[in-house]
Design a protein around this ligand. Structure first.
Ligand code: F6R
Length: 609
């Protein structure tokens, strides 16, 4: 999703700004631009990627030591150069970059047109920068002093960075919903939507709180204000520990996504080692022990892949700890009228910790009842990390591929550990053989990756499909859903995840020889039922790819093709089943010539609803 970067100091800003934007690329964008102040504001913009912006850098004079920059993920208007940020005000006094959506921009625009302003772009951002100009002219106030009014009257969720020709070197940053961070490096200061882009420059940072704004200038301590305009003492966080995570390169891999798929054995190794070291207790939850012991129900919210991880969590928590779990799409939860009771605990799952719907769900909880909210999150310092009562860090390292792979693995591992923690509090013993196999899991994930070539062959065979179904039952169902989502987003093949038993209630009508189905059938207890599913489809001429444990030869023989994972306890098989489905999606995408790491139309961090 859109990314903001800003710099003010004594170095040439343009290179730093373009470099900063390149660190934000992974979030997803379709155009980019920078504004640098040097007497006037000089702006360079380009539709397409940052390489294009870099190419054009020498054709425009963008020298100067302070500036703002932006990667845009189009919401209002096409992804062309005119609509890309930064946007100037009519008099060219101000330049603005903006993340998020301004909901009342049409009323504002109409008012401004009536007052004589004109607009070149279709964006809500150009409306805001002119609104600021209008307010400043009308009231005679400095732009920073207008921020309380902007935060109050401008509807929606946004973060902005503003540059003013009359205040050289000064950048104004404001946050209402979307994240924004001030990076500190001696006399130099930065702005960024994402700590990843700051870590190479800064040791410390101020995470702007919701509805706060700040004024930064070289050599001065940032001045941070609350929504009423009162200066506050902002907490300075150390970002040093992130530096070792910042190796944002592909190593020997062709794509970030592939690299991240191959990082999964090590992620599992870390979870398994920590789990055994701590006797399957999560120390981060110590202060919530009383609430966890009393918990009558868990309510899990998340979006996309994180939602699927939540469904896996439900399976583990209900089966191992006997606590009922409901799982809801955060987007539905936040607009519903959720019934929340005493002794409920809410779990918010989000790789980025910034997803707008998930965060609004978290805020809705606190407006209804004072319940503990446990976050499962991969980004230290993110909004979820800071707003949750406790945060279980996924420690998967930065996930650059837009499609989530290793974070999903880590989320499900964390849910499994949470289930064991809760089982311990309830005095339940782990299922026989489960812990032994949990110990073996990292090596078995590694072994599963060795079947990559077989997955590639299947991808070759089915790459021209227009549609696919992914079926699973019980604990395999969320994996089927996740498999379908991965195939959709990476290969653009229309794919649906479905519960195997639901086939007869409608989707079976879709099946013909051109409509392949992947049956996730790694639960050996369910072998008979899974064979029936395969037969139902085969007898309608549908092609079936069965995803099975190595010893399930009967099932494999029933299908047209099979993908295999090593034998493991049925409850742990979903971890292994995840791998061939990720690889299948990856190979489809490569074979079909798509941008694997940045699929079209998608963004990594969905900070608008
Ligand atoms: C799919 C994917 C998305 C995210 C979803 C939630 O591969 O990446 O579906 O899972 O946008 O994002 P987070 O986990 O950051 O809240």
């Amino acid at each position: 999703m859109c990314g903001i970067f800003g710099y003010t100091g004594s170095a040439e800003a343009a290179d730093l700004l373009i470099e900063g934007l390149s660190k934000l690329e992974y979030r997803g964008y379709d155009s980019a631009g920078i504004s640098v102040l040097n007497g006037d504001i000089h702006t360079l913009k380009s539709a397409g990627n940052i390489a294009k912006l870099r190419e054009r850098r020498s054709s425009v004079d963008v020298s100067g030591t302070s500036g703002i920059a932006h990667t845009r993920w189009a919401t209002h208007g096409e992804p062309n150069e005119t609509n890309s940020h930064p946007h100037h005000s009519n008099s060219n006094r101000y330049s603005l970059v903006h993340n998020g959506i301004i909901e009342n921009y049409l009323e504002m625009k109409k008012d401004l047109i009536d007052k004589g302003f004109d607009f070149k772009s279709d964006t809500d951002t150009e409306v805001l920068v002119n609104y600021i100009e209008h307010l400043a002219n009308e009231t005679g106030k400095q732009p920073a002093d207008l921020m309380p009014e902007i935060l109050r009257d401008v509807k929606g969720s946004f973060a902005i960075a503003l540059m003013d020709t009359k205040n050289p070197g000064v950048l104004i940053a404001a946050r209402k919903g979307s994240p924004l961070i001030i990076g500190l490096d001696g006399n130099e200061q930065y702005l960024s939507s994402d700590p990843l882009a700051l870590a190479q420059h800064c040791d410390s940072a101020i995470y702007l709180e919701n509805r706060h704004y700040a004024v930064i200038a070289p050599g001065k301590k940032p001045a941070v204000y609350n929504e009423r305009g009162l200066e506050i003492v902002a907490e300075v966080a150390v970002i040093d520990q992130m530096k070792d995570q910042i190796t944002v390169d592909k190593g020997d891999f062709s794509h970030y996504t592939l690299k991240e798929i191959y990082e999964q054995p090590d992620i599992a190794r870390q979870h398994v080692a920590e789990s055994f070291q701590n006797h399957h207790i999560l120390p981060e939850l110590t202060h919530l022990k009383k609430e966890l012991v009393a918990a009558k129900r868990l309510v899990v919210i998340g979006c996309g892949t994180s939602l699927h991880a939540g469904w896996m969590g439900r399976n583990y928590i209900e089966r191992l700890a006997g606590i009922p779990v409901v799982v809801e799409q955060a987007s539905e939860f936040r607009y519903g009228e959720p019934l929340l009771f005493e002794n409920d605990i809410v779990i918010a799952v989000s790789q980025s910790g910034e997803t707008a719907d998930t965060m609004e769900g978290v805020r809705l909880v606190s407006s209804i009842r004072d319940l503990p909210v446990i976050g499962l999150c991969n980004v230290k310092g993110s909004t979820l990390y800071r707003e949750a009562s406790a945060c279980l860090m996924l420690n998967a390292g930065p996930e650059i591929g837009v499609a989530s792979t290793k974070a999903f693995m880590s989320q499900v591992l964390m849910f499994f550990r949470l289930a064991m923690h809760l089982a311990d509090l309830k005095g339940y013993n782990a299922h026989e053989g489960l812990l032994d196999d949990f110990k073996k899991l990292p090596n078995l994930i590694e072994k599963t990756l060795k079947f990559n070539e077989a997955t590639h062959e299947i991808a070759e065979k089915y790459k021209d499909s227009e549609n696919m179904l992914f079926l699973g039952r019980g604990i395999q169902f969320p994996i089927a859903m996740e498999g379908a989502l991965k195939v959709k987003e990476l290969s653009y093949i229309h794919a649906e995840g479905y519960s195997s038993a639901e086939m007869k209630h409608g989707p079976l009508a879709l099946i013909d020889e051109k409509f392949p189905t992947v049956v996730v059938a790694t639960d050996s207890e369910q072998e008979g039922k899974n064979i029936n599913t395969v037969k139902e489809i085969s007898s309608r001429k549908g092609k079936v790819i069965a995803l099975v444990q190595e010893s399930s030869t009967r099932l494999a023989n029933e299908a047209d093709d099979y993908l295999m994972v090593p034998d493991i306890h049925d409850m742990l098989a979903p971890f292994l089943a995840t791998i061939p489905l990720q690889l299948l999606s990856f190979h489809f995408a490569v074979l079909r010539g798509h941008n694997v790491d940045q699929p079209r139309n998608l963004a990594k961090s969905v900070t608008v609803e």
